[in-house]
Write a protein that binds this ligand. Structure first.
Ligand code: SF4
Ligand code: FES
Length: 174
């Protein structure tokens, strides 16, 4: 993680360069504050705290976050979770999210993040835009994904694949 901080009296803006993939939602929405050609590239003093927070909540990777200094409510995230597969790109998640290692250790709790699905990220499980250099294609099936005919015909797990080791221990049903 490589997080930089940008301060005003009301707000701290945090930017994690390891998670930014330059989709430019911030730059397009509020160019007076987010200008990649300036140093510092974030100048939160150039807009109201409300405008800055609203723009940050548009960042799909969670690279941008904020901490309030005025005692106001923090970003809570949507109560429902959504997962959007971006064509030829990551899975974009929104909600009340927790990334946990296979061993059960919490990596991060967030409201927005983009997960790699191409397998090329050097910052897995997060997308780092390597799908672009790898020229990865997602071959998404469209709005109504369909399983293969063999899977549609399967009458038991034995007809789907060879048995795998159980991934999660008993008691992890939730
Ligand atoms: S919206 Fe987020 S991911 Fe996109 S350029 Fe801004 S900080 Fe980076
Ligand atoms: S989907 Fe972006 S690096 Fe894999």
């Amino acid at each position: 993680m490589a997080t930089r901080r940008y301060e005003t009296d009301e707000l701290t803006v945090l930017w994690d360069s390891s998670r930014c993939i330059h989709v430019a939602a911030c730059i397009g929405s509020l160019p007076s504050v987010f200008d990649p050609n300036e140093r510092p590239w974030v100048r939160p003093e150039n807009a109201s705290a409300e405008e800055v927070m609203r723009t940050i909540r548009r960042c799909p990777t969670g690279a941008l976050r904020y901490e309030r200094k005025d005692g106001g409510a923090p970003e809570t995230g949507r109560p429902e979770t959504s997962i959007i597969p971006v064509p030829n790109g990551p899975l974009v998640l929104r909600g009340r999210l927790e990334v946990v290692t296979f061993e059960g250790e919490t990596v991060t709790r967030e409201t927005r993040l983009s997960l790699c699905r191409c397998g090329h990220s050097a910052n897995a499980p997060f997308c780092d835009n390597s799908h672009v250099t790898a020229r990865w294609e997602s071959h998404d099936p469209g709005p109504a994904p369909r399983a293969s005919q063999a899977r549609e015909r399967a009458a038991s797990p034995a007809e789907v694949s060879a048995p795998q080791e159980e991934w999660f221990p008993e008691g992890d049903e939730q």
